[in-house]
Unconditional design. Sequence first.
Length: 449
Amino acid sequence: MEGGRTEAQTGAASRPEESEAMTLTDAPSERRPLTPDQRSSFLAAFLGWSMDAFDYFLVVLVYADIAKEFHVSLTTLAFLTTATLVMRPVGAFIFGLWADRSGRRIPLIVDVSFYSVVGFLCAFAPNYTVLLVLRVLYGIGMGGEWGLGAALAMEKIPPARRGFYSGVLQEGYSVGYLVASVAYLVVHSVLGLSWRWLFALSIIPAFISLMIRARVRESEVWEGARERRAASSTSVRQIFANATIWRRFIFLIFLMTAFNWMSHGTQDIYPTFLKEGIGLTPGTATWIVIGYNIGAILGGTAVGAMSERFGRRRMIVICALLGLPVIPLFAYSTTVGMLVLGSFLMQVLVQGAWGVIPAHLTELSPDEIRGFYPGVTYQLGNCLAAFNLPIQQALAKSHGYPFALAVTIGPVLVAVAVLSALGSEARGVHFGSRESSALPAGTRAGPNP
């Protein structure tokens, strides 16, 4: 799967029955606007991922307020995020298998509906236990969103434009965090309302995402993969019996563990650090959060686009290594100006590396299991990184917030750089072709998007 294209593969990619998606990858057409279906698929994935982050970071922004209302410690309350992250692989597994068996579209609609309702119900939780159960259920829904949304979007985007759209798609997460920060600023600081209103409002963007997703057509890549699997009578179990598929699966789990630790390690505790560690007002702290999320959006979009020219792994390594000298400014600054600069630069680099991931993971995933493969590797990595916030909170209590940030971020930036350098990439691979298939070379190919 990782080798060069054979004559048979080249011939399959140039058949007269090419789809519209294949036509859009020809050199003169790479500059054409996306088709309505491609735009809807991408926008739905973007909004779904933004909604995920919006609801998740609501907890990060208000968990001190929730702890006071429910009379639990910050360390105990921080377990809410751990519970959500731990359950993500369950959702990725369930919805991923369903998507590879039945298509991307319906599982995504069910998934968005499920986590939208659960997120809304968090507004009415009477105590910590009920809220914990709801966040566990939300984690299941959240786990299904990223892999399926990214697979559907990347399968429809022309190969030569994946890098840019990958960066934009991944920064839907930062957009969700940004919108959550603005909502917190308005609801909490301006209107003086409780944290419950924030969860109640989460139903609005979820409903918009659901309406757009209902208009999206099924992935032609998945339809072709289904035909090839049926023609060869190959099961998912047989595909995973391939040693190369398994080795890459395990490697990507380690890579995503490092990536998720890098992301959550620089984001989750930072609002609390600004308010409890530095002593800033909630309003000032929220403005800093808004500022570094703008940096994240700029970084992810720019680096994602650059990865199309310079390579996926190379851009990840550069971003991770450049993050190391930013740590003192990010963790040890005490003035508002330096905190703004340090957090902005850190998120440009951290989310810059992340901007490559939707394209990178889906390109490394075989057509026949692309609903399952990227989502489960991503979410298992998230699961292994799920104890980041409680660990940072415990370290902050004993050694201070700057130490907690620095000692957890530095090693993981090195890990991201090393693992990425050791891995492989499949930049520009044509989904639906033999080179992106896990089936034997002699298997009859379906339509070639």
